[in-house]
Write a protein that binds this ligand. Structure first.
Ligand code: ZN
Length: 155
């Protein structure tokens, strides 16, 4: 593995917002939120965390990598499911504390470990005096029990 390119250090607001220096802001536990959207439609597919290593791996390989807080390790999206996210563009926001991936889903096109295209397959609605969830685009593209077996099935 080649030596990882370094990110810029964070100086003033003007530098962070207006120059070409990529200076991502990681939280005190070393993580930055990452949102993956479909490069063609703009639909939000999933949210996960990255540490610096995951961000470096994503930039280097062109495939989405994240950091699992529960398993405490780097993971490549699709490493067990085949649902790799090919990264077309990596963007960051004004203050560089969020990463946005514009991706082309591979495999069956199911970014969610439940087998659905997007993790955001339910909307919140009010019904009979309570807040409920209603499916939106919740069709399964694969059966997670067959794909992941007894693993924890998050990749
Ligand atoms: Zn999901």
């Amino acid at each position: 593995m080649s030596e990882a390119a370094r990110f810029a250090s964070r100086s003033g607001i003007a530098e962070i917002e207006e120059t070409d220096a990529f200076a991502p802001k990681f939280s005190s536990d070393g993580l930055i939120p990452a949102i993956a959207v479909d490069a063609a439609s703009g639909d939000v597919l999933m949210f996960a965390w990255m540490n610096a290593e995951a961000l470096q791996a994503t930039l280097r390989t062109g495939e989405a990598h994240f950091y699992s807080r529960s398993r405490k390790r780097l993971w490549k999206k699709g490493e067990s499911s085949g649902e790799v996210l090919e990264v077309e563009r990596v963007l960051t926001d004004c203050d560089q504390d969020v990463i946005l991936l514009q991706v082309v889903p591979q495999g069956r096109g199911a970014a969610c470990h439940t087998g659905r295209r997007s993790c955001f397959y339910r909307k919140v609605k009010y019904e009979n005096g309570a807040w409920k969830l209603e499916p939106v685009g919740a069709e399964r593209l694969f059966d997670p029990a067959l794909v992941y077996g007894k693993s924890d099935g998050t990749a």
